[in-house]
Design a protein around this ligand. Sequence first.
Ligand SMILES: Nc1ncnc2c1ncn2[C@@H]1O[C@H](COP(=O)(O)O)[C@@H](OP(=O)(O)O)[C@H]1O
Ligand SMILES: [Mg+2]
Length: 268
Amino acid sequence: MSPASPETLERLEADLVSGRLAEIIADIAEEAAEVIRGFWHRGVVAERKADDSPVTEADRAAERVILQRLASEWPGVQTVAEEQSSDSGLPAGCDGWFWLIDPLDGTRGFVQGREAFSVNIALVRDHYVVAGAVVAPATHTSWRSGPLGGGAFRRQNDENWHPIHVRERPNDPVALVSHSLSDEEAERLIRRHGCTQWQALDSSLKLCLIAEGRFDAYPRTGPTSEWDIAAGHAVLQAAGGRIITPDGQGLMYGKPDFANGAFVALGG
Ligand SMILES: Nc1ncnc2c1ncn2[C@@H]1O[C@H](COP(=O)(O)O)[C@@H](OP(=O)(O)O)[C@H]1O
Ligand SMILES: [Mg+2]
């Protein structure tokens, strides 16, 4: 595909500012969620990718829907998507505008029958995430950023979008952590970030639950890919939260191998 024309990029930026873009990517993620639900109801079989992580036909089918619809709305904007990258490799680098897509984050939980898996679409400009949509197919719940600088929103069962906001940090903050940690590892990690209690949850839904004010922090030391985090990051920052790295900087995108190091996501 030829690169996006100047007119397309102008339209992309106008749609970002007005909030039209965030509404469209939420709609695309909801369509992908419908595709995933079809596989979920029939039961899924996981295959192993080269890096030994699981992949299913649902991941691939959902990613096809997302890539087709993004290309028809804003043709030629670069995409970095989980399954595309594992089939054809990663681009050497990305500057300017690009999409980060994880069609099914939390595949391990999905295959094991847990409900915490999500569809993730994010837009990055000059290494910062500027818009995102996350959908949880199992619970019919969606989160998205709004117009640029205009908050974050959630809806369930196709009802109206409601504004969401992080909560003020309570005296006894509660953290979310990955299911991949042992209890001892989780306990040590959350205490380093001043939290007293924790729950384990798969996928980017951790970021959305902080965005809607139900939890306070998500510390992570183990590796993640940029497409795992970017859409939830966009929702969280639009809701008043942030993600910081150990050197106190914001999390940036388009890094070598599109890999994140340690970070902590924080609400209020
Ligand atoms: N060693 C590693 N390198 C890159 N990403 C990793 C990883 N180990 C786990 N992840 C990613 O973290 C995501 C799961 O996060 P969590 O543990 O918070 O549920 C998975 O996304 P997928 O399910 O899309 O593969 C997985 O790709
Ligand atoms: Mg993922």
